[in-house]
Design a protein around this ligand. Structure first.
Ligand code: NAD
Length: 518
């Protein structure tokens, strides 16, 4: 957690203890411009490096992380407030895996690709796609995964040949600076990856400075501002925004495992995950028993300062976050829901809170809470479960729990989300090979996977004509013969049928003769 005390400095504090972690400067507009210029100039060198050179840098950075794992985990834990266990399991381990995957596979994933151009190839033409880096990639992440999100995106951008600027959240500047230090120690060419600390104004200045791509993770309201500002320069943006993710539990599910999963997905990182389970829909017939399981399992968890190894539930990141969680719990109560467990806070420590008798019309079932709350609603049948889950402006992830895999697949197809897990929940951001991103107000574009890599390159189409003997039939000047030939194209060539296209040959010869006569 950190607070700006002047125009120039952020003071970073541990949200669990209030202890000062350090002071970080707020980069000015002018400094932001300089950083962009440096990134642009280094890009000219970095783009020419081979995939092997890029791979070596990423693999060396991995080595630095492995050597300093405990120190990094402690910094993540102190600055974001999350448990040390999650700093390792949900940030360091997944990003190390992503780093090795993209270091080893980007060359293959971005291999130039021949395209089958159908009947055009009969004319001696061929097409190839090559993938070029976009240039300067700006990464503006949230504070809740301050290490793995920016580092993962930076790794993919660097492997694709881009230079990178990261503007960490004002709540976690030192984790951001650690990423820069890791690459410095790994021997990165200066300016290949730069980290600039600051608040929203620094982020806004970066967007205005017209980078070539913006990878944004954060709230819907900031995402809209960024999209608007980026539109002035037509800078493409990936928006990874909020969620209100539903979990559907059918009566035939493995209830014990589903309950453990729900508890983890609602309360890890004190519920401050974009893909937290924030709406639990349980089949009516098992709702009572399932709720009992949830309460039993939650009661066993210890809440406290994340640096202690036996702590599972920690602290909210800021006073602002606490106010939202309190307001949502109060609104649940006012609207007739029952608080079955928790509901209170001591400072920024908000108890894991289980809430029953909720429905979709309640305010806190519609807005993102981003805190340790688990509201439970019930449904009668498959159709109602789908309707309730889709009744949200968000669409990041969703999960379905049942032992009937046919039903699970049917439901998964109907859920409006970027990712649907069957008998799993939340964790797929850790799978480097699969795309991550949302639909509806959860944003657009993807990170991770081939789809995420494609966000960081410009596919360039190279088209070759090997038969440079005649003018193309569609060139000028036009004539009656030309129009008849084009009608033939429309009828025969455009049918995709080779046999029909052969019927066109006499007409094409006539047209070419007409063109070559001049
Ligand atoms: P936020 O929108 O307040 O801030 C995110 C980042 O944007 C910060 O670095 C901030 O300094 C910067 N910023 C603020 N104003 C800006 C502006 N005008 N121009 C440019 N940059 C600006 O979000 P937050 O509170 O840090 O994060 C919480 C949100 O992030 C939640 O809604 C959560 O769901 C979402 N999130 C989404 C994903 C995902 O993958 N979809 C992952 C993690 C978090």
């Amino acid at each position: 957690m950190s607070l700006a005390v002047s125009q120039e400095v952020l003071i970073s504090r541990n949200p669990a203890t209030g202890e000062e972690i350090g002071k970080a400067k707020i980069f000015s507009k002018e400094e932001v411009r300089q950083v962009i210029n440096r990134a642009r100039s280094v890009f000219q060198t970095w783009r020419k490096t081979s995939f092997d050179e890029r791979k070596h840098l990423i693999m060396r950075a991995r080595e630095v992380i492995l050597a300093e794992m405990d120190e990094i985990a402690e910094l993540i834990c102190k600055e974001s407030g999350k448990p040390i266990a999650e700093a390792i399991s949900m940030e360091i381990a997944p990003v190390l895996d992503l780093m090795q995957y993209f270091a080893r596979n980007t060359k293959r994933l971005l291999k130039p690709r021949k395209v089958n151009i159908g009947l055009f190839s009969l004319l001696g033409r061929s097409s190839e796609i090559i993938y070029e880096p976009v240039g300067v990639v700006v990464i503006i992440p949230a504070w809740n995964y301050p290490f793995s999100i920016p580092l993962g995106e930076a790794t993919m951008a660097l492997m694709a040949g881009n230079t990178v600027i990261i503007k960490p959240s004002e709540l976690t500047p030192f984790v951001g600076l650690k990423i820069e230090e890791i690459f410095r120690k790994a021997g990165a060419l200066e300016g290949t990856i730069q980290v600039i600390t600051g608040d929203g104004s620094t982020g806004a200045a970066l967007v205005e400075a017209a980078p070539d791509k913006i990878m944004f993770t954060g709230s819907v309201s900031t995402g809209k501002k960024i999209a608007q500002s980026a539109a002035k320069n037509l800078t493409p943006v990936v928006l990874e925004l909020g969620g209100k993710d539903p979990m559907i539990v059918f009566a035939d599910a493995n209830l014990n495992l589903a309950a453990e999963a729900a508890v983890w997905a609602a309360f890890c990182n004190a519920g401050q995950n974009c893909a937290s389970v924030e709406r639990l829909y349980v089949e009516e017939s098992i709702a009572k028993d399932f709720t009992k399981l949830l309460i039993e399992k939650t009661k066993k968890l210890k809440q406290g300062i994340g640096t202690q190894s036996d702590i599972s539930i920690t602290v909210l990141s800021s006073e602002k976050q606490l106010q939202i969680v309190k307001e949502h719990v109060e609104s649940f109560k006012k609207e007739g829901a029952k608080i079955l467990l928790g509901g209170q806070n001591k400072g920024l420590f908000f108890e894991p809170t289980i809430i029953a008798d909720v429905n979709n019309s309640m305010k806190a079932m519609r807005e993102e809470t981003f805190g340790p709350t688990l509201p439970i609603a019930t449904f009668r049948d498959e159709e109602e479960a789908i309707r309730l889950a889709n009744d949200s402006e968000f669409g990041l992830t969703a999960s379905v729990w049942t032992s009937d895999l046919k039903k699970a697949r049917r439901v998964a197809e109907k859920l409006e989300a970027g990712t649907v897990c069957i008998n799993e929940v939340l964790y797929t951001h850790a799978i480097a090979q699969t795309p991550w991103g949302g639909v509806k107000m959860s944003g657009y574009g993807r990170t991770h996977g081939l789809e995420g890599l494609m966000e960081l390159v410009n596919p360039k189409h190279i088209h070759l004509n090997r038969l440079l003997l005649f003018p193309d039939a569609w060139w000028m000047p036009y004539s009656e013969t030309a129009i008849n030939t084009f009608k033939g194209f429309a009828k025969y060539f455009a049918s995709g049928s080779l046999i029909k296209t052969l019927l066109l040959l006499p007409m094409i010869f006539k047209r070419i003769k007409e063109l070559t006569k001049k």
